[in-house]
Design a protein around this ligand. Structure first.
Ligand code: FMN
Length: 374
């Protein structure tokens, strides 16, 4: 039994969906995934190597199968670096060339991935021009050949697909049905069309239709719903209403590697006075927020959030600094530095002045010393 089936069985027994980290290019890279694995689980289980991080499944960012098989493969392979604590981890590939897909899937199996996922939903024009991503929806015969090729390369590793409900309009009866007929281990459905991008609310009613079709055509395939999940409770409610087995979370993870730890919640304040050496705070604003924070079991304070932002930057530099631009980190700063007094100023300073992890650490420390803790 592969891990998808194990997760589905668990879902049947305890009634709760499993949760996946969405693939997000230049966001869920090896550095951010490691943070999610570290902070995503309750502190009581952290440090125990037998327990994995909070989410049930991790995904890599999408990687070009053609690129992986080209001379430039070394840089791309860095997107496929993962830590044991991230398991089960799925490598996501895209290509419209069956031969390259087969070879890349074989490589991912050799690298020890738990699953291979094929991207059939990316709306990026450069990907679509290659006939890959959402472009696959327009060429179902190529999609079928690509799935077969990935399976040949993957060997015993399960192959899954991530797609949208259709290209210009939802086409569940044709497009989703075709995918379900390919005997894939799992299917993630982003509940929007290619045309809708992420501009309209996800239509979770479509996920319910996909589940009904799965029951008819491919009872063995695991269904994962995706789109606009904002919290664990929201994901559980969406899964209950649609009947999907698992839920995938994307943008709600920005600036929040604690997402999967239900006992933690981001607050706009510093820790309790008694936990700090340097006090007091700046006026009534912090006082008010502090009272609110005390009602959360273990609030994530501004100080902790900023410390993790620095840790994130150091990990990025350590794991990817030689192959990726530091500017990639900047979208994370926007997400970490929000919702507290002085956030905008800190964010602007990081955007304008920081060039490496040392700068980020120094600017953040200065902010905490001069602004929050004076
Ligand atoms: C910055 C960014 C990068 C993304 N990169 C990928 C990707 O590499 N592969 C993929 O299948 N989807 C990608 N997506 C789509 C997400 O996986 C997900 O389907 C989408 O964000 C909807 O989920 P959400 O509403 O929870 O964010 C990306 C989304 C964002 C915002």
């Amino acid at each position: 039994m592969h891990f998808w089936q194990t997760l589905r069985e668990k879902r049947k027994v305890n009634g709760a969906p499993f949760f996946c980290v969405a693939p997000m290019a230049d966001v869920t890279d090896p550095a951010f995934r490691r943070l999610i694995a570290t902070y995503g689980k309750p502190a009581s289980t952290r440090g125990d190597s037998s327990t994995r991080g909070g989410p049930d499944v991790m995904w890599t960012e999408f990687v070009s199968a053609n690129g992986l098989m080209s001379a430039g493969r070394e840089v791309l392979q860095r997107d496929l670096v993962y830590a044991e604590m991230e398991r089960p981890i799925v490598a996501q590939l895209f290509s419209s060339d069956p031969e390259k897909m087969e070879q890349a899937a074989r490589l991912c199996a050799e690298l020890g991935f738990d699953g291979i996922d094929i991207n059939m939903g990316c709306p990026d024009k450069t990907i679509e021009k290659q006939g890959a991503g959402a472009g696959m929806i327009k060429t179902p015969e190529v999609a079928v050949a690509i799935i077969a090729a990935a399976k040949r390369g993957a060997g015993t590793i399960p192959v899954s697909v991530k797609t949208r409900v259709g290209y210009n309009v939802a086409d569940i009866d044709n497009w989703i049905a075709l995918l379900l007929q390919q005997d894939i281990a799992a299917l993630t459905v982003h509940a929007r069309t290619r045309k809708e991008l992420s501009k309209v609310p996800a239509h979770w009613g479509y996920i319910k239709q996909v589940v009904a079709l799965r029951d008819k055509l491919a009872p063995q395939t695991v269904i994962i719903g995706n789109g606009d999940v904002t919290s664990l409770a929201d994901g559980a409610a969406k899964a209950a209403a649609s009947g999907c087995d698992g839920v995938m979370v994307g943008r709600a993870l920005f600036g929040n590697p604690w997402f999967f730890d239900a006992s933690r919640q981001i607050t706009a304040t510093l820790p309790k006075k008694s936990l700090l050496q340097k006090v007091p705070f700046i006026g009534k604003y912090i006082e008010t927020k502090r009272s609110a924070a005390q009602s959360v079991s273990r609030p994530i304070t501004v100080q902790e959030r900023l410390q993790v932002m620095v840790e994130h930057t150091k990990l990025f530099e350590q794991l990817l600094g030689d192959v990726k631009s530091f500017s990639i980190m900047k979208k994370h700063y926007k997400a970490y530095c929000t919702g507290f007094a002085g956030a905008k100023e800190l964010r602007m300073q990081l955007m304008d002045e920081a060039k490496n992890a040392a700068d980020v650490e120094q600017i953040t420390r200065q902010f905490l010393d001069n602004f929050l803790l004076q």
